[in-house]
Every structure is written in C-alpha cells, then in structure tokens.
Design a protein around this ligand. Sequence first.
Ligand SMILES: N[C@@H](CCC(=O)N[C@@H](CS)C(=O)NCC(=O)O)C(=O)O
Length: 235
Amino acid sequence: MGRWGEYRFKFPFCPSGTLLPCPPAPRPLPLLPHYQLPITHYPLPKLNMLKLYGGARSRASIVQWYLEEIGVPYEFVLLDMQNGEHRQPEFLAINPMGKVPAIVDGDFKLWESGAILLYLAQKYGKISDSLEKQAEIAQWVLFGNATLGPGIFVEASRDRETPRLLTPLNEIFEQQPFVLGEEFSVADVAVGSILAYIPMMLKLDLSAYPAVLDYIKRMTERPAYQKAIGARTAA
Ligand SMILES: N[C@@H](CCC(=O)N[C@@H](CS)C(=O)NCC(=O)O)C(=O)O
C-alpha cells in the first residue's frame, strides 16, 4: 500500500480518497454507515427534540400542523396502530389511555390534542398575557374538540348539529378571516382542522355556508397545513 493509501486507511473519512486534507464533502453524502461519515455529517442527536406520537392517519396531524405553523422542530414517532403499537407498555407509559396524539417534551408528557395545542401556544409565546384572551382561545380549542367535532362527525347528531354550528361560523367568517379576527392563531388549527376534515371524510353539501368554504380553502392552502395534512390527504 503506497503512502497515501496508508493515510487513507488511517483516516477513512476522506470522501475523495485522493488528496489530503479532504476537500469539503458535498451534501447529501452517499449512503454510508454513519461511522464512515465525516464528523460534520453525523446525524444530529434528537435527544432533546420534542417527540410527537401519532398514527398514519390520526389526530396527531392537527398537532403536527401547528408545530409546522410555529416552526418548532419535532420528531414524528409513527406508531403502527393497525398492529396495536399504541396499546403497548412503551406508549401506555406516555398516554395511559392508549390514544394519539401525545407529545414528550424533555421530561414532560402530554396527551389530548387540545391540551397539546394550548401548551405549545403558551410555551412558544403565541398566547396573549390577558386572562380573557387566554380563556377565549381555550374556548375555541375546546369547541373544536368537544362540540364541533362530535357534532359533525357523530352520525346521530350530524343532521341536527351541522346547521346549528355552521350557520354562526359562516356569519363569523363573513366578518373576519380567522377565528379570532384578523390574525391566524392556534384556534384556527383546532377549528380549521375539524372543518377541513368535512370535505375530506364526509359527503356533506356545504354550499349553504360559502364563508365556511372560503375559510376551509384558506386553511388548507397554508404551507404548514399542506406539509402536515395535505400530503397525507393526497396519499
Ligand atoms: N380527544 C382526543 C382523541 C384521541 C383519539 O381518539 N385518537 C385516536 C386516533 S385519531 C386513537 O388514538 N385511537 C386509538 C384507539 O382508540 O385505540 C384528542 O383529540 O387527542
């Protein structure tokens, strides 16, 4: 083995394998085991990254939409729900109810999509200091989860609840572009995700609620929505 050959053998990080010092390696690198990559290309440890647990088509995408909106890095932990991974002890230690979404943020575990949305909004400063404003946001997040969702998706109540809920929502969206007024907020994720599920999952005629239809279009065109839910819908 010649002089450089020995050197390469001792320093296998040199991607070109010809001259030392190594020229900067282009990104992305060829598929190599991580221990053969130069240190600058080692995968970053994800130890402290917020983990979002969800299924392939689950309410975890609501939380994912919001994480994309606020630009918080996260790792999506995809559970194989078909095979009951959400009912295994590892996940039950995070959510004893065995339901997704759930998050682990450092040592902190949290489940229920609405609670997670509110936690993220509080943590990343997307909620005003005013108690009344905070309560108003909680009102809309709870409304999305506890009133709008069941009202429309529970078949037994759908015929009665759809006009009762969509008529006032239509009036609100005739006046303003977002749930709370002129600015997008976590309340739009909670309410908008449920409204956007209607054309996706039900064959309801929403033509009597044109402002709601416009609102759904505005929400589903947002890049963060597209990234979290849109791509999945198209799949
Ligand atoms: N209200 C809860 C609902 C959670 C829920 O029912 N999640 C479904 C997936 S979308 C689930 O985990 N189902 C699994 C099961 O019930 O076994 C939330 O919004 O987080």
